[in-house]
Design a binder for this molecule. Sequence first.
Ligand code: PHB
Ligand code: FE
Length: 324
Amino acid sequence: MTIDVQATEPNAHGYREFTIGGFRFGRDEFFAHVTWPTGRHVTSIDAFLRALQRDVAWDFFYGTVNFDDVIGTVNHYGTVDLFAGRFNDSYRRAELDHSETYETPLIRETFRSILADWTNAKFDPFASPAETDNPFGQKDGDNLSAVTRRRVSASRMVGIPGDEAIRTDESGFPVNRMFADVPQDEPEVHPNPGFETEVAAFSLFAYLSRSDVTWNPSVVSVCKDSLFCPTTEEYILPIVHGNDRVEWFIQLSDEIIWDVRDRESGAPRSKVTMKAGDVAAMPADIRHQGYSPKRSMLLVWENGDPGLPERISRGIENVYPVDF
Ligand code: PHB
Ligand code: FE
């Protein structure tokens, strides 16, 4: 399938402008400018590229990915909505919200092209702001190896023969400056004869201490629909995720403060401060954004059951994991 991404020649700042349906995306030295038939939005290019990077790498993720209070996507797993103001109470009441639905390959290719064109050589949208240069200024090269990085995904458990997706040793990544105190020794495994290919273990802390990206869960074990997605976090989760299912967080180290709001309106629901060892469930009717004051380790436990969003929207599955 060839996908026709609509782009202009470079503008005065050296960046192409992109069109998908009625939406148009342009950038200058500091900002992304988004226009649609009835409105326009401007946002920092720094926040925009960090959000776009996640939406692209996670292939539109579960449910809603809000880039900010106005722009975002909703994944329907085959098609994707691109919206302006749809999950913003003020836009809704003023009837200024706008949404368009595309086949996933078209928006995927358009977003990949924007990310590739607008990211300069010295900026890595996956990196902590303390570990990358800034994205501002005139077009200055590109960083294709960084922006085409995919999230690491195991098909079984890491370490089991046949799963080569994640190398827990020899990965080539140095221990991050914030995790210098994390022990690097691996567990000893003594399986009974005959079980050598079924029993495995690795140090998740050592693995995570060598992550070079932030806010980018990898998948280290898959058991039916149960996906263990650990990640290292520093500064702010660049998207505001609107859940279409329950997800669990297990704080493995340090601390994250979660800002939890109503998924539809954005009205504040709660602040959740999670310290090492804390476990929380995010309901299926909220949006959330995390703040990590120091690089921390988080285990996101996802339920990959593809039938969940439909059952939740029909009311036959609870939006809470437990009723007290
Ligand atoms: C989430 O939206 O649940 C999420 C996304 C990325 C992370 C952590 C949590 O790194
Ligand atoms: Fe989430």
